[in-house]
Design a protein around this ligand. Structure first.
Ligand SMILES: *Cc1c(COP(=O)(O)O)cnc(C)c1O
Length: 241
């Protein structure tokens, strides 16, 4: 990265942080209640290093091989208080590659994946924090558990002591206007509240909101926002590895 690119990254990150603080205040919430996950997928590890140097601590990755390569190239991140978040769909046969390697896996969406993940955690290791991804717009092309299957999946996860269920995540249908995503965020919050009540537990996290709609997600109760392009700029195209 050139110095100019690093400076631009610093400006983008500062702007996102300001907008996040403003969104929290506008929603009558404390800014500290909302964690910013910088989505670095398809950007080089140098971009992660530069953002880390600017104080950003949590990074989200979608593709397992790419994420593991970055972890290997930048071990200082985890050693110095940083966190990797898995935010992409993971095939069950890759559960072994993500188990224990991410501070939070946002994308548990089937009983089979949850059970495989739990089995792949090293004995005696810390519990793996997870979120359940809900297919909130009921879109055929999107990952996530259908609403109707959520209770069954939650029940299965609660029977897996190596997993620690922290909350729900969603990726609503895409709209040009972030305001249009708001009912989907509100719905995820209702599902979270219903699930917590049904199982008599607290589910503190709601992972929702991206570059185009994080302000609306914060209004509806997001505790984690996942922001990529507003921080790192446009993404290079994916070349399948
Ligand atoms: C890519 C991605 C993001 C970030 O999207 P931007 O629009 O670049 O902010 C957030 N969440 C998930 C699940 C993603 O795949």
């Amino acid at each position: 990265m050139t110095e100019g690119e690093k400076q631009q990254l610093g400006e983008r990150l500062a702007t996102v942080r300001e907008r996040l603080v403003d969104a929290a205040r506008a929603a009558g919430r404390r800014p500290e209640e909302i964690r910013l996950v910088a989505v670095s997928k398809l950007h080089p590890v140098e971009a992660v290093q530069a953002a880390f140097a600017l104080g950003q601590r949590a990074f989200g990755e979608n593709y397992v091989q790419e994420a593991l390569a970055k972890q290997e190239a930048f071990p200082e991140l985890a050693a110095q208080g940083g966190e990797w978040h898995c935010i992409g769909h993971v095939q069950t046969n890759k559960a072994k590659d993500v188990a224990g390697r991410f501070a939070l896996i946002h994308t548990v969406d089937s009983v089979k994946f949850a059970e495989t993940l739990a089995r792949r955690l090293a004995p005696g290791a810390n519990r793996q924090a997870v979120l359940v991804q809900v297919n909130i717009g009921d879109e055929a092309q999107k990952a996530g558990v259908p609403e109707s299957d959520l209770p069954r999946l939650v029940e299965s996860i609660l029977n897996l002591p190596r997993l620690e269920l922290r909350g729900l995540m969603c990726l609503p249908p895409f709209f040009d206007d972030g305001e249009a995503a708001r009912p989907f965020f509100a719905r995820l919050r209702v599902l979270r509240d219903e699930t917590a009540a049904r199982f008599g537990m607290t589910l503190p996290e709601l992972s929702m909101g991206m570059s185009g709609d994080f302000v609306q997600a914060v209004r509806e109760g997001a505790t984690i926002v996942r922001i990529g392009s507003d921080i790192f700029g446009p993404r290079p195209a994916r070349t399948t590895a």
